[in-house]
Design a protein around this ligand. Structure first.
Ligand SMILES: NC(=O)c1ccc[n+]([C@@H]2O[C@H](COP(=O)([O-])OP(=O)(O)OC[C@H]3O[C@@H](n4cnc5c(N)ncnc54)[C@H](O)[C@@H]3O)[C@@H](O)[C@H]2O)c1
Length: 319
């Protein structure tokens, strides 16, 4: 049975990009007091003000609501503080390093109450691995938030082989309560749910370019102007039902034999890395552009980065 009603004090461990945005999201529930613990000095309030600027400008969050929410988010560098000892639920978002994560949870287990729920926000590391040295693994679960954490609705709640049902149910309820759309990943598998699908698509996209079937530009255009456009409305399994199971079976009988099934990264990626074609992270070429699958000026890069939040806000809030 869910213990959602017992949760009042939430500890966010790590006040970086993800931790600060997660703290803001948790503060949407008025009864929650939030502590952000970080080993290093970080200005969590400034980070939240920065990332929520567009939400305030577009009147999705009122200025007074932001102030009230910030007043319930307390920062500490003291692992022995009351916010750590009194936590009912912890969400860890420290560096993506197994030693840092395991050491952090060892310190927390010594200090937190015996019924405290532990969540890890690792994007690729297995929650079973992160929790392997803990005594109470039944109260440990993965919670994969997506960046930008204050906007993307999905949180994958990942059970390990030891997570008990009560913990999983409580964390699912908690995510719903803070306004997220949680999905339960019943097995601790690499890529959880969404990244398995996302990277199956990337593998095929790269393979189409590698095999000279289409240009990189045309691959992206094909996605944006066809199934990508209708995907939030018609996701794959409803789409399969819509066309009918028989047609899906027939299409797969032909297409699956032809599409990419390698279990290794594409040699094209290695070639591009050797040539310094690192996308937004590439050095500028003679024309002042950074090269990956496509070429970008600094202006292009700025526009794409800034435009993402605008696009998400339009999709989510119609503003
Ligand atoms: N950035 C993303 O797109 C994204 C998306 C989903 C999940 N994640 C995961 O979230 C976690 C955090 O990522 P981020 O992008 O916020 O990183 P970040 O570098 O912005 O923040 C990490 C924070 O952890 C703090 N920290 C480091 N060691 C610590 C310790 N021992 N105790 C307490 N605090 C410590 C750092 O001071 C820093 O503020 C990682 O596991 C990452 O894989 C990141």
């Amino acid at each position: 049975m869910s213990k959602i009603d017992t949760i009042k004090n939430v500890l966010i461990c790590g006040g970086g990009l993800m931790g600060s945005n997660i703290a803001f999201v948790v503060s949407s529930v008025k009864e929650y007091e939030i502590t952000v613990y970080d080993k290093f000095p970080v200005d969590v309030e400034a980070k939240i003000r920065m990332s929520t600027k567009q939400l305030v400008e577009k009147e999705i969050v009122a200025p007074e609501e932001l102030e009230e929410r910030l007043s319930r988010i307390h920062f500490t560098q003291d692992i022995d503080s009351e916010g750590v000892k009194n936590a009912d639920l912890v969400i860890e978002a420290v560096f993506e390093d197994i030693n840092v994560k395991q050491e952090t949870f060892a310190l927390l287990e010594e200090r937190c109450r015996p019924d405290c729920i532990f969540c890890t926000n690792s994007s690729v590391m297995s929650p079973s691995w992160i929790s392997e040295k803990l005594t109470h693994r039944e109260r440990f679960v993965g919670t994969h938030f997506w960046n930008p954490g204050h906007l993307i609705p999905l949180v994958e709640v990942v059970k390990t082989d030891a997570t008990d049902d009560e913990t999983a149910e409580t964390v699912m309820d908690f995510m719903r309560k803070i306004g997220k759309s949680p999905c339960l990943c019943k097995k601790d598998v690499p890529g959880f749910i969404a990244n398995r699908m996302q990277h199956a698509l990337w593998r095929e996209a790269i393979s189409i370019v590698e095999n000279g079937i289409a240009s990189a530009e045309d691959v992206d255009t094909a996605v944006k102007t066809s199934f990508g456009l209708r995907l939030p409305y018609l996701p794959p399994l409803v789409n399969s039902d819509l066309v009918g199971t028989t047609l899906t079976y027939q299409i797969h009988s032909t297409v699956l034999k032809a599409i990419e099934d390698t279990h290794e990264p594409s040699p094209l990626l290695k070639e591009m890395m050797d040539e310094g074609k690192l996308g937004f992270r590439a050095e500028k070429n003679a024309e002042g552009k950074r090269v990956g699958f496509m070429e970008y000026t600094d202006e292009d890069i700025e526009k794409i980065n800034a435009g993402l939040n605008e696009y998400l806000i339009k999709m989510l809030y119609n503003k």
